[in-house]
Design a protein around this ligand. Structure first.
Ligand code: XCC
Length: 653
């Protein structure tokens, strides 16, 4: 019988460099359960789809063009390969941007309810941040009550979504020359709802059929994510739950505890997690766990939810996107509560195999086979306490006979923010980006790279992230990180100050002087907005050009998989950043649309540009080449100083 046909043995060592993940994938295979790794090995990616040579926007098709000779055919309506690929790309941007902006909108919903006094479970935790965000969008804060400022801020930030005409509030943070260029090109975003709607309209059959014009609109849409929805998500989360400050925290599966009730939170929005922290620390719940025979309740995060609370509270992180199934395969997870985004549907049947209580909590994300307990922000404890109860019950009565917890615990420093970079390099009295810019100008730091994004079973898990970052720091490039990439590097030990020994002489000197790691984790994927703000600060500080496009910076998503990554990539490109992706790229190299993304956006429009490489060293070298090109254009290629900065030198800066 087909099902009984022996499947080819898979060598998981070739699929991941994460020891704990490999160990658990082997266990899952021995237990007879599938994972995304085994499914990817058995299912080839569709070649037509991978090249974006297929259009299914109407029922005259779906139309398949020939990727080997893309201009030999057009679709039934006459759509060319450039129109088809541009429309497909635009819709990836829309989906990714919608995910981030909807996340930002829910944070703003919580904020509105807090400010209006309807919601008392959450509070304004970071008043200093509230004031600084309000000031950045032109709200008067001097001698005003916190609540008054918060009400004005809510009204102002709502425009990020609903504004029909005119610029979104955080456009005020964009360096003037960059913003001027957007206005000239017609890509300064209006409210996200309008941009998302217009892009969906334009990509309907028979509307916008000029790839160049479509590219302008998806750039505007992506900008409404980066400088809009994502930025609101980050800033409101900081105001409500606190701006992260560096702290020592751990990642990996070794933080599961066999003698505790283990609860995992997975997804993206921080509010459910914040309430879960209260629930697992509630003495009543701890007593219940003890009565069931456990020593206590152990809470861990996964994916971006995990990155949020790793940064803010030092809650251990169990693993990134490609480890989520492996973590269930330990058998040690009593309950997993999930909200939105990056939750593999396979987690539901897999949880059933191991008796894990798999609980969806968000009205936007039900999963067949999961238990649904909806979270109402007005009474969040009702939902999270129920998850804890289910976890305790599973601990008491339904744990599998064999639990295996890989003994890997990787400590590092997490919780950097653009505010902290200010303080860290400038000191508490002279907080500024001057020292960062100065170290870039004098060449100790060659440039800054954002290495971010997902993991993907089509490439060796964690490997591309880690090797790319190692090559960058070896060449004096300071690396900032978010999302699952940050977890890959944390597992490799690069979030420790000791990792400075792997850096080039110049970067090492700066790291050792300040006591910082060469790789700085900034949080979850919406926190890529922190990187945008840092870029804007670098421009405003001076000495590195007048627009973001002038900066010696580059971005990469070495193992990307989600549409959110495409939106992030596009908002970095549209902001002026050279951005390189790995795995695969949804265009055909020989097409005009590809040339626009990989060259024209920069050469014709003064934005950034896309690039692609699968090999991590090639990827890093391409980023370094771009950084060097920018350094040359800025006239800062001169000999690098190798002098160790004394405290006097630092004070003098
Ligand atoms: Fe998802 Fe955000 Fe990608 Fe990780 S990095 S796989 S998008 S969890 Ni955001």
């Amino acid at each position: 019988m087909a099902e009984e046909k022996k499947k080819k043995a898979i060598n998981f060592r070739e699929m991941s460099t994460c020891d704990a993940t490999v160990q658990m994938l082997e266990k899952a295979a021995a237990d007879g359960v599938e994972t995304a790794f085994t499914r990817a090995a058995e299912m080839k990616a569709c070649p037509i789809g991978a090249d974006s040579a297929c259009c299914k926007h109407c029922s005259m098709g779906p139309c398949r063009l020939n990727p080997k000779d893309p201009y030999s055919k057009v679709g039934v309506c006459g759509a060319t390969i450039d129109t088809i690929a541009a429309r497909n790309f635009a819709r990836m941007v829309v989906s990714g941007a919608a995910a981030h902006t909807d996340h930002g909108m829910s944070m703003l919903d919580v904020f509105r309810e807090v400010v209006s006094g309807h919601l008392t479970e959450y509070k304004i935790k970071d008043e200093e941040k509230l004031r600084s965000v309000a000031e950045s969008v032109g709200i008067e804060t001097a001698e005003r009550e916190v609540l008054d400022i918060a009400k004005d801020l809510y009204k102002e930030l709502e425009r990020t979504y609903t504004q029909v005409e005119g610029e979104i509030p955080f456009a005020k943070r964009v360096p003037e020359k960059t913003a001027e260029n957007w206005r000239k090109l017609g890509i300064m975003p209006r409210g996200a709802m309008r941009e998302l709607m217009e892009t969906m309209h334009r990509t309907h059959m028979g509307v916008d059929q000029d790839y160049d014009n479509i590219a302008k609109q998806f750039s505007r849409t992506a900008l409404s994510d980066g400088w809009g929805g994502s930025m609101v998500a980050t800033e409101i989360s900081d105001i409500l739950f606190g701006t992260p400050k560096p702290l020592v925290a751990g990642v990996n599966m070794g933080f599961l505890k066999e003698d505790h009730v283990n609860v995992i939170v997975h997804g993206h929005e921080p509010n459910m997690f914040e309430s879960m922290i209260d629930a697992v620390n509630d003495p009543a719940n701890i007593d219940k766990a003890k009565a069931a025979g456990a020593k206590g309740i152990n809470l861990l995060g996964m994916c971006c939810s995990g990155a949020e609370v790793l940064s803010r509270h030092g809650v251990p992180h169990a693993g990134n996107f490609m480890s989520t199934e492996a973590i269930i395969a330990t058998g040690a997870v009593d309950a997993m509560g999930v909200d939105v985004q990056c939750i593999k549907q396979a987690l539901a049947p897999l949880s059933e195999c191991y008796g894990t209580k798999f609980v969806t909590t968000n009205p936007r994300a039900h999963i067949e086979g999961a238990i649904h307990v909806e979270l109402d922000e007005h009474d969040p404890r009702k939902c999270v306490d129920r998850i804890v109860d289910m976890a305790i019950e599973r601990f008491r009565s339904a744990r599998p006979e064999r639990i295996v917890i890989p003994q890997r615990r990787d400590m590092g420093i997490h919780g950097f923010s653009h505010e902290y970079v200010n303080y860290m390099l400038g000191g508490s009295f002279r907080g500024s980006y001057v020292p960062l810019n100065d170290n870039i100008i004098n060449g100790r730091i060659r440039g800054v790279a954002g290495v971010v994004g997902c993991t993907n079973p089509r490439v060796k898990h964690d490997y591309v992230h880690v090797e790319c970052v190692k090559e960058l720091i070896r060449n004096d490039v300071l690396v900032v990180q978010t999302g699952c990439s940050q977890i890959s590097l944390a597992k490799a030990g690069l979030m420790k100050p000791d990792a400075a020994v792997l850096a080039g002489d110049g970067l090492r000197e700066v790291c050792e002087t300040v006591g910082m790691p060469p790789v700085l984790g900034l949080g979850s994927c919406v926190d890529n907005s922190r990187i945008l703000i840092a870029c804007a600060e670098m421009v405003k500080t001076g000495g590195l050009g007048e627009s973001i496009a002038d900066l010696p910076v580059a971005g990469a998503a070495p193992e990307w998989m989600s549409e959110k990554a495409i939106s992030i990539g596009q908002y970095f490109v549209a902001s002026g950043v050279y951005t390189i992706f790995g795995v695969t790229f949804p265009t055909l190299e020989t097409t005009k649309f590809h040339k626009l993304l990989f060259d024209g956006l920069q050469s014709q429009y003064g934005l950034g540009k896309w690039d692609f490489a699968v090999d991590p060293i090639e990827m890093a070298q391409k980023m370094i080449a771009h950084i060097d090109e920018r350094r040359e254009a800025l006239g800062i290629t001169g000999e690098r100083e190798r002098k160790l900065a004394s405290m006097d030198d630092r004070r003098a800066i």
